[in-house]
Design a protein around this ligand. Structure first.
Ligand SMILES: Nc1nc2c([nH]c(=O)n2[C@H]2C[C@H](O)[C@@H](COP(=O)(O)OP(=O)(O)OP(=O)(O)O)O2)c(=O)[nH]1
Length: 142
């Protein structure tokens, strides 16, 4: 069996310590993912650390520099199982340079409040992860 490929992604929030908004990004490809929303990120290359891969993906996909906060981990295991071939690690992040704007991978980005968390169709595997992010005690309703 081929080992699962590591995907790294960011739960980009407006404030790391008292967040009120989470950034969702809409996939522009491939066809079976088009129109579904996700945490921006991508696959880690063999020669880079997960954090370096995440900074690279965010620069490529959204033209931003971020400060990383806590890693958001599942209740069991160190990474989220997202497909039969990928596991995902996810960090909170705050934009320090640039304005998130979609390049190729996405065609729209949207800031969501806690109440709006499921106003967009997330990729199926992301649904429990959205809850894990927005239900963190420091996330403010509104
Ligand atoms: N980036 C990202 N991928 C996710 C999420 N949820 C989820 O199921 N996936 C899946 C979609 C893809 O099958 C896989 C990640 O692949 P990707 O297409 O984002 O990776 P990449 O940017 O390195 O793509 P590529 O260069 O190989 O085209 O993980 C998520 O929240 N973010």
């Amino acid at each position: 069996m081929t080992p699962a490929r590591l995907v790294v992604a960011a739960a980009i929030v407006d404030d790391l310590h008292a967040p009120t908004r989470l950034l969702a990004a809409r996939r522009a490809y491939p066809e079976h993912l088009v129109g579904r929303w996700e945490f921006p990120g991508g696959k880690v290359e063999p020669d880079e650390t997960p954090e370096a891969g995440l900074h690279r993906e965010l620069a490529e996909e959204l033209g931003i520099v971020v400060e990383l906060g806590d890693e958001v981990v599942p209740a069991v295991g160190g990474a989220w199982t997202i497909t039969d071939r990928h596991v995902m690690r996810l960090w909170l992040a705050r934009v320090t340079e640039g304005e998130p704007s979609p390049a190729d991978a996405h065609d729209e980005v949207r800031w969501l409040s806690s109440a709006e968390r499921f106003s967009v169709p997330w990729l199926d595997a992301d649904v429990p992860i959205v809850d894990a992010v927005v239900d963190r005690p420091e996330f403010l309703a509104g």
